[in-house]
Design a binder for this molecule. Structure first.
Ligand code: AMP
Ligand code: MG
Length: 494
């Protein structure tokens, strides 16, 4: 026993425990891949809290050795790198895709017994790179780090960011930029598009293999159900409805809800052009390429349903023997999405307003607040936070008679709750964040890091975002929206 452990420590001081279940699936699911050689990997940031939770100890090795691992130059023992095959509907159009700039090292078993994907993003070309260089620039990788960790701290299911390294090599975008690699941790990277990939090839056998694998990994409680495939569909739908509702509660705009960016696990995935809304406007779009506003804030719930319809179509061969019957089964399940989403949305909005019991007028109460916010260009996050204070908000905007009228109605509604207003406010402060990643603050931290090698703002921002419900000494700086946010643009394909 002791001897075995000593040997293991020598070979694996960090504590990796790889079990490459995806790489054991049939060959059609992936292509072997090898991270590209890079000039000089250097650690920019390492998420020690996450490493701890994963049972990984990077203190046990030198920073150079850690950089080499996260740079793809020294593979952790037990890793078996692959690029995953998938397809997807991008802006409504079907395409064959696959990991073009990401390499899955394998699945690490965490101390709690869960398998998590360890993926390098930006580590060079794969068989699926098409014309892309397989690389990533430092700014966008740090951006994913900031936003994904902020989402985690907000309590929203998400992939995580373990580390970012610079590669020492340039990448060429509109300008020459510093190349970087992000190590992403995910429950898995199985997407709606992974199912679409097999469905498009009419590969029913492997479609079933994938469904069984996904059920085993993410919904094991369903594996013995005689109706497990439709149950699986419903369970994914349920998690997606809950997830998108949670995005709406914090003003998160994913920005590129293509079916290849929707994870079967129910985690938020693929932080490209995402950004947080400031003033409440349902048609808010930040992505520079989303001209039609397909992925606008207010469209997210409906787009999730559109994506789920593509998921259901892919699953048809598993849902019934005859196509007609399968379509009926899928349609019946999918038709429940609007009510399901509304249930999650209304439950969450009640909580944001401090309400515990349900009353018929609650939907209207919540909606009239949103309408007032929209008409008065009120900041979404700050309005809910102001309502969470014990005193009536005093800002000039709140002197508006229309707001006063709404506020009185809300007070009357609160008086019918069993807990006191003070108790309701405490609960509200636990779910209405004080700080979110404000776009100008994110940009400022990224510019300092990318252009001046100065990580101080990045660390300050991350520290504040790690406790989004608390007002710490730094919070005031990070609570204000930028005055000129209307023109804010984000980019994907970064
Ligand atoms: P994304 O917009 O990050 O979801 O990526 C969409 C697709 O484009 C995926 O198949 C990516 O792997 C691929 N892709 C994005 N950027 C690159 C790149 N620089 N090189 C190769 N493939 C890429
Ligand atoms: Mg993607």
């Amino acid at each position: 026993m002791v001897k075995a452990k000593a040997t293991m420590t020598e070979h694996n001081q960090v504590g990796w425990r790889f079990d490459n279940t995806y790489a054991r699936l049939p060959g059609i699911f992936f292509a072997p891949a090898k991270p590209a050689a890079v000039g000089a990997p250097r650690l920019v940031i390492l998420n020690r809290r996450l490493a701890d939770d994963l049972g990984l100890d990077f203190e046990a090795i030198l920073p150079e050795a850690a950089a080499s691992v996260f740079g793809g130059q020294d593979l952790p023992s037990g890793a078996r790198p692959i690029a995953q095959a998938y397809a997807g509907h991008q802006y409504g159009h079907f395409t064959m895709l696959g990991d073009g700039r990401a390499i899955l090292l394998g699945e690490h078993r965490s101390p709690s017994g869960h398998l998590v994907d360890i993926q390098l993003k930006g580590s060079g070309q794969t068989q699926f790179s098409r014309r892309g260089d397989g690389r990533a620039a430092l700014g966008p990788m740090l951006r994913e780090y900031i936003i994904s960790e902020a989402m985690f701290a907000l309590g929203i299911p998400t992939t995580r960011s373990l580390a970012v390294v610079t590669t020492g090599d340039p990448v060429y975008r509109e300008t020459k930029r510093r190349g970087a690699i992000l190590t992403r941790v995910a429950a898995s990277h199985i997407r709606v598009g992974t199912f679409e990939y097999l469905a498009a090839r009419d590969d029913e056998l492997n479609l079933r293999v994938l469904a069984d694998y996904a059920i085993q990994r993410h919904y094991p409680e369903l594996k013995d159900s005689p109706s497990r495939y439709v149950d699986f569909f419903r369970a994914v739908m349920d998690r997606q409805a809950a997830l998108v509702a949670r995005w709406q509660f914090v003003g998160f705009i994913h920005g590129v809800m293509n079916t290849d960016n929707m994870a079967i696990s129910g985690e938020t995935i693929d932080y490209g052009p995402c950004a947080f809304m400031n003033t409440y406007r349902p048609n808010t779009v930040f992505s520079s390429i989303d001209h039609a506003g397909r992925y606008a804030y207010g469209n997210q719930p409906a787009i999730a349903q559109w994506n789920l319809a593509r998921f259901a179509e892919s699953l048809l061969p598993l849902l019934a023997d005859q196509q007609e019957k399968a379509v009926a089964v899928a349609t019946e399940a999918l038709d429940q999405y609007p009510a399901l989403f509304e249930k999650y949305w209304l439950t969450g909005m009640r909580a944001k307003l401090g309400l515990q019991c349900a009353e018929a007028g609650d939907l209207e109460l919540a909606q009239s607040l949103l309408t007032w916010m929209q008409n008065n260009r009120a900041d979404f996050t700050n309005t809910f936070r102001d309502l969470s204070a014990d005193q009536l908000p005093t800002g000039e905007r709140y002197q508006d008679p229309e707001f006063r009228e709404w506020h009185s109605r809300w007070q009357v509604r609160l008086s019918r709750e069993s807990r006191s207003n003070t108790e309701a406010h405490v609960a509200m402060r636990g779910i209405n964040p004080a700080v979110i990643p404000r776009n100008h603050r994110v940009e400022e931290a990224l510019a300092a890091a990318e252009d001046h090698n100065d990580l101080s703002l990045l660390h300050r921002l991350l520290a504040t975002l790690a406790t989004p419900y608390d007002i710490d000494a730094d919070a005031a700086t990070y609570q204000e929206p930028s005055p000129e946010d209307c023109g804010y643009r984000t980019f994907c394909g970064t």
